[in-house]
Design a binder for this molecule. Structure first.
Ligand SMILES: NC(=O)c1ccc[n+]([C@@H]2O[C@H](COP(=O)([O-])OP(=O)(O)OC[C@H]3O[C@@H](n4cnc5c(N)ncnc54)[C@H](OP(=O)(O)O)[C@@H]3O)[C@@H](O)[C@H]2O)c1
Length: 337
């Protein structure tokens, strides 16, 4: 019997994630048809062969495309890449958050052809876990979905000065380049990363199919210097948690973050007090870690946790997504096998 031909893939974006993906898929024996960077098309990580606008000339015979570009706009650039491949019936695996958080409704018809595990939770695959557990009976979902904010509070709670914890996240590459200082880093993570992930989390829960949430719907209240001092004092008693709960908003003393209502669902994110919900004790996780809880009432709580970011876990999640999409038989791959 002939061995199946290896999958043919394209990789858009060749930074931390794209370069690691490139190495990973070559190690699996897959064929990389092209790599796209901001200045053109490459045949590998270094040899440029064409102008970027010609990328679709390389789509023929692709089994899957990986998308790993930054969200420089509201995700529209990434959305356009996604749509162009999906319309050709080529599945796309993405770790970029803006496209799904701003254009979920437009991408919905192609949901089964998109691998999105790495957009929230890095290598945790907590979106797929959550999708497997939510239903009409779900009462609450709570998530630690920003590894950087979790790291800051958990390190300070363990006795590290905030300045040293901030230096760690910058040295380890967990803060956006060019963003400096406690206030700027915390506010930036909340305003960009967290709201995009919250929109994806909520939309994938399918609670309100007619009313999709966009990142821009959530107005984040920036924290102040005085609130940073309070956070440092209360680091052991708080975590940045996103909560999706039924019913009207309750009064609470969350520091920073946002509140939003979609239908009967209240969506809240911020440095929440651990004592404000008995489930929160299960989300006290050390380090750059993510976690999600799906609560059905009574004793029925489901929880997944895992590494929140980093190229290795993120690309592992992306390759797993690709394997799942390939197994659901893309016509091109099925023909070549
Ligand atoms: N790093 C993580 O741990 C992590 C985890 C989960 C998700 N993500 C997400 O993964 C994505 C990539 O992150 P990264 O850390 O790999 O970023 P990065 O190191 O900045 O690399 C981005 C790559 O995308 C290319 N690029 C930018 N705009 C492009 C465009 N319009 N067309 C084609 N290529 C373009 C860049 O080209 P040049 O080389 O020419 O600049 C670069 O190769 C982001 O959306 C991020 O949020 C990252």
């Amino acid at each position: 019997m002939r061995a199946p031909k290896p999958p043919h893939v394209g990789i858009i974006g060749a930074g931390n994630i794209g370069a690691e993906l490139y190495r990973k898929v070559l190690n699996l024996g897959w064929e990389v048809t092209f790599v796209a960077k901001s200045d053109g098309i490459y045949k590998n990580l270094t040899n440029k062969i064409d102008r970027l606008e010609n990328y679709l000339n390389y789509a023929s015979g692709l089994d899957v495309t990986f998308l790993a570009i930054p969200t420089l706009d509201d995700g529209t650039a990434a959305y356009e890449y996604l749509l162009s491949f999906l319309k050709l019936d080529i599945p796309v695996v993405t770790c970029e958050k803006g496209s799904l958080s701003s254009h979920f409704a437009e991408l919905e018809p192609y949901r089964h052809r998109i691998g999105y595990s790495a957009t929230v939770g890095g290598g945790t695959r907590l979106l797929r876990y959550m999708e497997g557990h939510v239903g009409p009976w779900t009462q609450e979902i709570h998530g630690v979905i920003n590894g950087t904010l979790n790291y800051l509070l958990s390190e300070v709670a363990a006795g590290k000065p905030m300045g040293a914890a901030i230096a760690d996240v910058q040295r380890l590459g967990y803060a956006e380049p060019g963003v400096n200082g406690v206030l700027e880093i915390i506010n930036q993570e909340a305003k960009e990363d967290v709201v995009m992930k919250t929109a994806i989390l909520f939309n994938l829960s399918n609670f309100e199919r007619e009313r999709r949430l966009k990142a821009s719907d959530m107005k984040v209240r920036e924290i102040t210097d005085a609130e940073v001092d309070l956070l440092i004092r209360e680091a052991g008693k708080r975590r940045f948690i996103v909560s999706i709960t039924r019913g009207a908003p309750q009064r609470d003393d969350t520091i920073g973050g946002f509140r939003h209502q979609v239908g009967e669902w209240n969506i809240r994110g911020g440095f929440q007090a651990l004592e404000s919900n008995p489930l929160f004790s299960q989300l006290v996780l050390p380090g750059i870690v993510n976690g999600v809880i799906v609560y059905e009432g009574g004793e029925n709580t489901y929880r997944a946790t895992g590494p929140g970011a980093g190229a290795v876990p993120t690309t592992s999640a992306m390759v797993k997504d690709a394997l799942r999409l390939l197994a659901s038989a893309s016509p091109a791959h099925a023909q070549r096998s």
